[in-house]
Design a protein around this ligand. Structure first.
Ligand code: UD1
Length: 425
């Protein structure tokens, strides 16, 4: 297993090209199941989670070919679901990537049948999929849980009014995809407003779906008989961009996150600015400039447009070396503070009280060997390592590879010293 070795202490300077958004690409690839015509998807980031999704879709019989690469290494994938003959998402794949559950809605809507391994808990919390199931049942599906699998059957799904008990991103996406081919109108209340939901909706509309209200908490989908092929470009990754901007806030310097849209990451930008990062928005991307130690900020995660849980570990890393004390409240996942133990190994002063982490900024962190526990926790540890004195070794970097495109190359191009070392534990 690879690890990162980081020699901390360098300020970051330069331009970093932001990749396609993982959390938009994954549902959009699943949308390919909804039509027998080809869906060509551009700006797909070459990530481990995308490779897992391709394996899953190919295992079902979907053709998923790589049609070239852009200059900045993003793939164009040509999907064709005209010969899907295996309506099952197996445990081996679902257990490595929970987003696999996104095949459930499209499969059921198009083929009237789907068997998907029930995702288990994961490091950051329980993460049930009861809302996905409840919504599909409201649309007429028969669903049973059998030997660890969700077994779903239906005739043509029927439009329904569905109010989810909480805001769920993949739940909204699954139900929105299913509703595209249902008979009649579906209204999703308490829908997730994340930009990735909007990106998926835009792709579906390009395929002929009738969707209104994506980006608000009420999405109305008028079902159609079939969807057609389309050509679609995935949005830029606001979480990757936010991660690089947190990194420069911590190390100091000047970084241009190229290709990202400020309006899709307002809460992150506001917090970074409050902490002293100078932000300049341009049509091509966002500049972040830091010439002094950041100030601690208080952050509370919540569904979009509030501060993203996927940015929580990274802002905590910035707080850990900031001036003052910052409170970080996690309201989405019950166990998303696992990076705290590891940050303490670097000298961070963080106390946890329930869902709140109290982060007392210290003047310096010191390099140590630490372990990545999940995707965004890894990103937080990388930021802490970039600013720590001496060498920080981060084990289990495969978590990072799930969702960050060549992070060490991008950081090195900004002046950081990060080496990937094979054979760590
Ligand atoms: C998505 C993102 C993930 C992000 C998360 C929250 C993708 C592929 N992943 O995950 O990066 O961290 O949104 O922004 O887009 N819940 C239930 N029952 C359900 C569904 C959700 O109880 O049926 C709960 C979850 O346990 C969690 C909360 O609702 O506490 C939000 O989860 P959800 O928005 O569904 O997260 P994901 O879609 O899995």
């Amino acid at each position: 297993m690879d690890r990162f070795q980081i020699q901390g202490g360098n300020a970051l300077r330069g331009t970093v090209r932001i990749s396609g958004a993982k959390n938009a690409a994954l549902p959009i690839l699943c949308a390919g199941l909804l039509s027998k015509e080809p869906l060509v998807v551009h700006n797909v980031p070459p990530l481990r989670d995308v490779a897992t999704m391709r394996r899953l879709l190919e295992g079902m019989g979907m053709a998923c070919e790589r049609h070239g690469q852009s200059l900045d290494g993003q793939d164009t994938l040509a999907l064709r679901a005209d010969k899907v003959d295996n309506l099952e998402a197996p445990y081996e794949l679902v257990k490595t990537m929970r987003a696999s559950v996104l095949v459930l809605g499209p499969m059921l809507a198009r083929f009237g049948e789907a068997t998907v391994s029930l995702p288990g808990g994961c490091a950051i919390g329980q993460r049930p999929v009861d809302q996905h199931i409840k919504g599909l049942q409201a649309m007429g599906a028969q669903i049973e849980i059998d030997h660890g699998y969700i077994r779903a059957r239906s005739g043509r799904l029927k439009g329904a009014r569905i109010t989810t008990d909480m805001v769920t991103v993949t739940g909204t996406e699954n139900l929105m995809m299913a509703a595209c081919l249902a008979q009649g109108t579906t209204v999703l209340e308490n829908a997730a407003c994340e930009p990735e939901v909007v990106d998926l909706a835009n792709c579906l509309v390009a395929m002929g779906a009738r969707i209104q209200g994506a980006g608000t908490d009420r999405i109305v989908i008028e079902g159609v008989e079939s969807l057609h092929g389309a050509d679609y470009t995935v949005m830029p990754d606001r979480i990757e961009a936010g991660t690089f901007l947190c990194a420069v806030a911590a190390t100091g310097g000047e970084v241009f996150a190229q290709g990202v849209r400020a309006d899709q990451m307002r809460a992150t930008l506001d917090k970074l600015q409050e902490g002293g990062l100078q932000i300049e928005e341009t049509a091509e991307g966002i500049w972040g400039r830091a010439d002094r130690r950041p100030k601690a900020v208080n952050v509370r995660t919540a569904p979009y447009p509030v501060f993203a849980t996927d940015m929580q570990a990274q802002i905590m890393a910035v707080n850990s070396i900031a001036q003052g004390t910052g409170l970080v409240v996690e309201t989405i996942f019950e166990n998303r503070f696992m990076h705290v133990q590891e940050m303490r190994r670097l000298g961070a002063q963080i106390e946890i009280d329930g869902h709140t982490a109290v982060v007392k900024g210290v003047e310096r962190l010191t390099g140590a060997r630490v372990m990545a526990t999940d995707l965004r926790a890894s990103a937080g540890l990388v930021i802490a390592g970039l600013v720590a004195d001496g060498v920080t070794d981060i084990d289990r970097i495969y978590h990072l590879d799930r969702g960050y495109d060549r992070m060490e190359e991008k950081l090195c191009s900004l002046g950081a010293q990060v080496t990937r070392v094979g054979g760590g534990k």
